[in-house]
Ligand binder design. Structure first.
Ligand SMILES: [Fe+2]
Ligand SMILES: [Fe+2]
Length: 310
């Protein structure tokens, strides 16, 4: 009979094998769309349920039909990117407007719901750390209302947006494209800083999940070559490929790329004539690991974005 300790040793080997053999790209074209109480149409991209070895996190895509709203619910922290459409977020009874490229931070256990008030479906991306919260028995999820059609009398009663900040502690809740900060970093063709953890960067205070940045990789260029703990990229525009752990993975607009937990070396390549744009999600659990061992910090092999031939 195997004792518990030998069981742990075996598990350690199994973890390494699982991460090495796991998929790295969730294909936007092959998603398994379902109706849930929260969303009229939702699909998991990078998630344990779709075979990705995540650090207890996930990336979901969802759509709100014209004239509809999502469910109203409460859970852990969430980061949302509006890919298309317009409407508003109702968060703790305050309204925050959104349009294409708006980024939302949903504070831990705040009540929230999204409304589509435009003429096209709202398509959004959501990052959550649900599996981690559930694993540590902190996975609280409460459904207050289900997804459904807007009623115009109800919509008319919703107050106007007062602020992009949360009255509870002054942190930022939303940012629009024209407010994105262009950074001086040269690891990609361009980098826009979105959410930070401290409250100093744009006013966001994202602890569990952040939409940290947007990268632009120029035609015929490659990003810096580096290693760090887990991050996700969602391909907003263009197509290219990434080398992760020595293997090459092609991707197109609408795909999501998983840089798994651990320190897997990676680099992103744009062999095309058009800009490539990626939305980056990162999860706070990586800093819990980073704080314990100096081996878990970003390592750059070459620091800058360069031409493909350099
Ligand atoms: Fe939510
Ligand atoms: Fe990276």
């Amino acid at each position: 009979m195997i004792d518990f300790y030998n069981g742990w040793l075996e598990e350690s080997n199994r973890i390494e094998k699982t991460v090495n053999e796991a998929p790295r790209v969730a294909r936007g074209k092959n998603l398994n769309w379902v109706r849930t109480r929260q969303d009229s149409r939702a699909a998991l991209m990078i998630a344990p349920e779709t075979g990705f070895p995540t650090g207890g996190s996930l990336l979901m895509r969802a759509e709100i039909p014209v004239g509809w709203h999502t469910g109203k619910h409460i859970h852990g922290e969430e980061a949302i990117y509006i890919e298309r459409g317009e409407g508003f977020l109702l968060l703790d009874e305050k309204r925050y407007d959104c349009r294409r490229a708006t980024v939302f931070h949903i504070p831990y256990r705040s009540t929230h719901q999204l409304f589509n008030t435009g003429n096209e479906p709202v398509s959004y991306l959501s990052g959550l750390a649900w599996h981690l919260e559930a694993f540590i028995y902190m996975g609280h999820m409460e459904q207050i209302e289900d997804a459904g059609q807007n009623d115009s009398a109800g919509l008319a009663k919703v107050p106007r947006e007062e602020s992009q900040y949360w009255p509870t502690d002054g942190r930022r809740i939303s940012i629009h494209e024209e407010q994105f900060d262009l950074s001086t970093e040269t690891k990609h063709g361009a980098t826009y800083f979105l959410m930070g953890r401290s409250g100093k960067q744009n006013g966001f205070k994202a602890t569990a999940v952040a939409i940290s940045s947007i990268f632009v990789d120029l035609p015929h260029s490659k990003s810096h070559s580096h290693a760090h703990p887990e991050a996700y990229l969602y391909a907003l525009q263009g197509s290219g490929y990434s080398e992760i752990g020595g293997k090459r993975y092609e991707w197109d607009q609408g795909d999501a790329i998983h840089v798994p937990p651990g320190m897997m070396h990676h680099q992103h390549f744009n062999p095309t004539d058009h800009d490539m744009k990626e939305l980056r999600f990162e999860y706070g659990i990586r800093y819990w690991i980073v704080d314990q061992w100096k081996g878990y910090t970003t390592i750059d092999r070459h620091m800058k974005a360069t031409h493909l031939d350099d």
